[in-house]
Design a protein around this ligand. Structure first.
Ligand SMILES: C[S@@+](CC[C@H](N)C(=O)[O-])C[C@H]1O[C@@H](n2cnc3c(N)ncnc32)[C@H](O)[C@@H]1O
Length: 319
């Protein structure tokens, strides 16, 4: 495990949509809860402040720096337990600590501000750093390593599917040319390729030409969509009836996956509309508490630019 520790540095994370997220997550102050994306623990601390002495909170994160922060909170608050895992390991962690059912699970998806702000993590095109982007730097390959073995066709698909990138073909060709020349090791090299592969008229809009490519490659290298699927399945299995699932996402691809998954549980009946009665007998296991995403208020936007794209959906288990 790497040991650089950001706890005493300037790297902090302001929790987004804090009040509605906590309200959507907490149903019983005596209950057991999971914060599946602990980050720097902003949301966790708020939830703990509303739990009784009996209440319990489990924090999870795949990032070792987040885990270090969680281990500090464990020492301060006996109701809290921190585990280093990705969503795929959530099932095992719950089994290990003996929680078969929980009253609420919260997800604040994506990356934290400290991950973006630390140049050496390679998430930001605004800072020169190694082209890494792994949330757990001890696992898997960096973006620059993965790019050495991807085909042009697959790369175009990654940029389109995970980044909605209009100029996916041009950017993919530019990236692979640089990979073959040995020039795709740093964030600034990738930023430069994205900028020059984007047609001049589209280079100076409100979104930097590298934004979508960085998003797409981050989702790819961390298997974020595969992780989300595993996570919501696990959440469904372990949520108590009346327990809440509260999810913050930051872009349409994430939000769509969450919405579609919950919607399939809310409306499981697949009988043709013209059937007078349901014959499949599939009944809802979830109900929306908040279907239309909650967004940041103007006040929150003023204090935290990161909240601009945040969308919160809340659902509860009904059977
Ligand atoms: C937006 S931050 C959460 C911030 C947190 N709510 C707070 O108040 O500090 C997202 C966190 O989730 C973690 N994360 C993202 N995907 C994950 C996954 N698949 N498994 C475990 N942790 C994940 C990231 O490492 C990051 O620390």
């Amino acid at each position: 495990m790497q040991n650089n520790d950001d706890s005493k540095t300037k790297y902090t994370h302001i929790p987004v949509l804090a009040a509605p997220f906590i309200d959507g997550w907490l149903t019983d102050p005596d209950g057991c809860y999971v914060d599946a994306t602990f980050g720097r623990g902003g949301h966790s601390r708020m939830l703990l402040s509303k739990l009784s002495e009996k209440g319990r909170l489990l924090g999870l994160d795949r990032d070792y720096q987040a885990v270090k922060e969680g281990q500090r909170l464990e020492k301060e608050d006996a109701r809290f337990t921190m585990c280093h895992t990705d969503f795929a390991g959530m099932e095992h962690v719950l089994a290990d600590i003996g929680w078969s059912k929980v009253q609420g699970i919260g997800f604040d998806l994506g990356v934290s501000s400290p991950q973006i702000d630390q140049a050496e993590r390679g998430f930001s095109f605004q800072k020169e750093g190694p082209l890494d982007m792994r949330m757990n730097p001890d696992e898997g390959q960096t973006v620059s390593e993965r790019l050495k073995s991807v085909s042009e066709r697959d790369l175009v698909k990654i940029l389109r599917d995970f980044g909605d990138e209009r100029f996916a073909g041009r950017i993919a060709r530019g990236i692979l040319k640089a990979v073959h020349a040995g020039d795709m090791e740093t964030t600034k090299q990738l930023e430069n390729i994205c900028f020059h592969a984007t047609p001049p008229k589209a280079r100076h809009g409100s979104t930097h030409p590298a934004t979508r490519t960085f998003q797409a490659l981050r989702i790819w290298v961390n298997d974020e969509y595969g992780q989300i699927e595993t996570a919501v399945r696990c959440a469904m299995k372990h949520l108590e009836v009346d327990g809440h699932l509260s999810v913050i996402s930051f872009h349409s691809g994430e939000d769509r996956r969450i919405r579609d998954f919950i919607e399939a549980e809310v409306h499981p009946c697949k009988c043709p509309r013209e059937f007078p009665i349901c014959v499949c007998h599939k009944t809802p296991t979830m109900a929306w508490v908040q279907k239309k995403p909650i967004r940041a208020t103007e006040d929150e936007l003023d204090g935290n630019a990161r909240s601009r794209s945040a969308m919160l959906r809340i659902a509860k288990r009904v059977a």
